[in-house]
Design a protein around this ligand. Sequence first.
Ligand code: MG
Length: 304
Amino acid sequence: MSSKSRFKGCLLGSALGDAVGELSFECRDEGELKAKLREKDRLRYTDDTAMAIGLAESLIEKKGEIDQEHIGETFKENYKEEPWRGYGQGPPKIFKMVEKGKRNYVECAETLFGGEGSKGNGSAMRIAPVGVFFSISENVYEKAIKTAEVTHAHPLGKDGAGVLALCIGRASLSDKISPEDFALDMAERSETEVFGKKLKKVAELLKSEVEREEAAQELGSSVLIEKSVPYAIFSFLKDPKSYEKALMNAVLVSGDSDTIGAMTGAVSGAYLGDKALPEAWVDKLENVSYLKKLSERLFELRKE
Ligand SMILES: [Mg+2]
C-alpha cells in the first residue's frame, strides 16, 4: 500500500465517515442506511470535515508547521463562509472573543466552561490531516495536542486528540495490526487515567467479541471526547480489514454518529488506503476533488 493512497484514504475516509454518519441519524438499521446512500445524489459532510480541511489548509500554507493562531484564523474564515455546517457552541464563541479582545486563541479556549476548557470531541473529530502528516515523526501526539489547544483546553480534550492522531499515524504505517495489542498500546500512550482505562476496556471488549451495541453502551457514544474516541477506535479494531464494516460499527449505534464516523473513517482509511472506500459513496461525496488535492499536497509537502 502506498503512502499516497493512505493519505487520501485518511482524509476521504474521515469526510465520508462524517457524511455517512450524518445521514445515519435518519435511519434505523443498515438496510435503511444503505438504501439512503443509494438514493442520495450528494453526500454532505459537517463541521468535522470543514475543520479538518482548515487544519490541512493551515499545515500546507505554513509548510508543515503548526501555527496555532493561523489554525484559529483558518477555522474562523471557513466558519464565516459556511456557518451552517453544524458547528458546536465552542468555536464560534472563541472566534468572537478573539475578534473582540486582545487575547489569542489558546487563551480564549482556556476560558470556556468556567475556565475548565472544552472536553467535547471537536479536537479529535478534525485530526485526520495531523495524524497522517506526522505519522513518521516521533511527536505526532504532541503535534496533535498543539492543534487541540486552539479550541480545547481541557486535559481530556487534548488527550483524545493526541490518542486519535497516534492511532491514525500508526494505522497509516502498518500492514497488519493486532487489534487488542493496538488498543493496549494506545492505553499506554495516553496521558490521562480516563483514557488509559477506556482504552484497556476497548481491548477487553475486543477480546470478548461483544456486539457493537454493547460496546457503545460500555464506552459511550456521545459528544464528550472520552465517550466517543474510545468507541471510534473500537469500531475500527472490530473490523480492521473493511472500511465499510468499521464505518457501520461507528454510525449504527445511537449517539454522535457524524463525529464517530469521521474518527473511525480516518483511522480505517489510513490503514486500508483510498481504494478500500466504497467507490459509489466516494463519487457522491461533496468537494471530493478538493479533499483529494489537499491530501496530495500534504503528501508532497512531507516528502520535501
Ligand atoms: Mg459534525
